[in-house]
Design a protein around this ligand. Structure first.
Ligand SMILES: [Zn+2]
Length: 86
């Protein structure tokens, strides 16, 4: 499967990011809010999981590894931040 076939996933990822800050703009509470809010960390982990799963459909091994590595990094980052904050 070619990478362009993952394009239908973009609205899903866009919807996730659109829900990342419900009720307030990105800069309203400062950058620290993004990493201190459990809700936003859950969104980060969810996007990472989506990338990891979606990366399985990339045909080229390098693309698959980059997408899945980014997803795993996002999940690990969310877990590390959550582990240090809560
Ligand atoms: Zn927020």
């Amino acid at each position: 499967m070619k990478l362009h076939r993952l394009l239908p996933l973009l609205p899903f990822l866009g919807a996730l990011s659109a829900q990342a800050h419900p009720g307030h703009s990105l800069g309203e509470h400062g950058a620290a809010h993004v990493i201190t809010s459990p809700y936003h960390l859950a969104i980060l982990a969810g996007v990472g999981a989506a990338l990891w799963i979606g990366g399985r459909f990339a045909q080229k091994q390098l693309s698959r590894r980059v997408i899945q590595g980014t997803g795993i990094a996002a999940v690990l980052l969310a877990a590390l931040i959550a582990g240090s904050r809560f």
